[in-house]
Design a protein around this ligand. Structure first.
Ligand SMILES: Cc1ncc(COP(=O)(O)O)c(C=O)c1O
Length: 381
């Protein structure tokens, strides 16, 4: 199932502005990717080999951690990171309800208990005061999500986690290339977890993910994602299974990683243009906290007239999204065993107001104009 239904294939792109365009983003690298494919085919190593080794080293360098390891998806990255941090049945993990479902599904996969807290209205990232209030005797970790590409208040969360002797795990699925005080996200917590789903800032041509962290921590993740093996065919630790980033995807990601900073700059330029063109309208534009470097995976505006605006934009040939239409605490498939700490008023308010406008690295100036004009028209400007 395509869980990003608002993205479209190349055939429709002439008529509408897509929300994201993995096809156009990837097509720039077609010649390089064909070269990678030839090299991998010739190597005969399709799982585990030089492409993955190179990617893991390059990721650790880019994120600023001792090590990184590839896994099969962003969801698996979260599961393995929490598993390696010792989170198990009955342990509580504090998580924002306003996030992508997989953040919470990963907690449930370990039979741990999600404790839902509210987010800040301006960035839609986890509210540190709510986290502090939610910490109790069973709390084992905080799962901070750098939602939309804006860094959560990670320095305060690092302090909070240290004061209480619990782990901080960063969900960086939407934040490749984001920084706080010039330091990349994913390098602050015990582990940083990444998704390379095709629409992400660093997208593969399939499923892939990674975990970044200390040498020892990442070694443990690598062991868990390889059946718990200490050496081939000898399972040393329990809970191991199989989740791999194959050589083809690793080779593709090596190519795209080189362009990541430039792609994020392109996203920021689009965000700057939107902010300029949409200033003064009765909508809330995204903010960037002092010291934060927003990676603009998504450009999310807020409006009391969200549904009408969405419909108007669709009629104008502008695709939009809602990230996310259902908060995690309202999804029966995610809440089993979980509990809510405090109120989730901001989460509920956001869910009614948020609208994601098109943004992707290869979006043209003409497309940005079209979107901005269509939004302005809606408000009679
Ligand atoms: C915030 C967040 N966490 C986790 C994930 C899961 O990543 P994946 O789809 O690669 O499993 C995603 C993306 O889908 C995400 O946006």
């Amino acid at each position: 199932m395509n869980h990003h239904p608002s993205t479209i294939g190349p055939d429709m792109q002439a008529t509408v502005v897509p929300l994201a365009s993995p096809h156009r983003d990837v097509a720039r690298y077609e010649a390089d990717l064909i070269e990678v494919t030839r090299r991998v085919i010739a190597s005969g190593s399709y799982i585990g080999g030089p492409e993955l080794d190179a990617l893991e080293k390059a990721l650790a360098r880019a994120i600023g951690t001792e090590a990184a390891t590839g896994v099969g998806s962003g969801t698996d990255a979260l599961i393995f990171a929490m598993q390696a941090a010792g989170i198990a049945r009955g342990d509580e993990v504090i998580v924002p309800s306003h996030t992508a479902g997989p953040s919470v599904a990963a907690i449930n996969a370990l039979s741990a208990t999600p404790v839902f807290v509210d987010v800040e209205f301006d960035t839609a990232c986890i509210d540190v005061n709510r986290v502090a209030a939610a910490i109790g005797p069973r709390t084992k970790a905080i799962l901070a999500v750098h939602l939309y590409g804006h860094p959560a208040r990670i320095e305060e969360l690092v302090r909070l986690a240290a004061d209480h002797g619990i782990s901080l795990i960063e969900d960086c699925a939407q934040a490749q290339g984001a920084r706080l005080m010039d330091r990349p996200v994913g390098s602050f917590g015990r582990f940083g977890c990444f998704s390379f789903y095709p629409t992400k800032n660093l997208g593969a041509i399939g499923d892939a993910g990674a975990v970044a962290g200390s040498t020892d921590g990442v070694s443990l993740v690598r062991q868990l994602r390889t059946y718990g093996w200490r050496e081939p065919q000898f399972a040393e630790i329990p809970g191991g299974r199989c989740s791999r980033l194959d050589e083809l995807q690793a080779g593709f990601l090596n190519v795209r990683l080189k362009g990541l900073d430039e792609d994020v700059r392109a996203r920021r330029e689009i965000a700057r243009a939107y902010n300029e063109r949409l200033a003064g309208l009765p909508i809330a534009l995204p903010v960037e906290h002092k010291g934060a470097y927003h990676a603009y995976h998504l450009f999310v505006v807020k409006s009391d007239r969200r549904d009408a605006l969405k419909e108007h934009l669709a009629k104008s040939g502008v695709m939009t999204g809602i990230h996310y239409p259902f908060p995690a605490h309202r999804q029966p498939g995610l809440t089993a065993g979980g509990r809510i700490e405090g109120t989730l008023d901001v989460t509920d308010r956001l869910q009614k107001q948020i609208l994601s406008l098109p943004i992707f690295a290869t979006m043209s100036g003409g497309e940005v104009d079209r979107v901005a004009e269509a939004v302005r028209r809606f408000f009679g400007n």
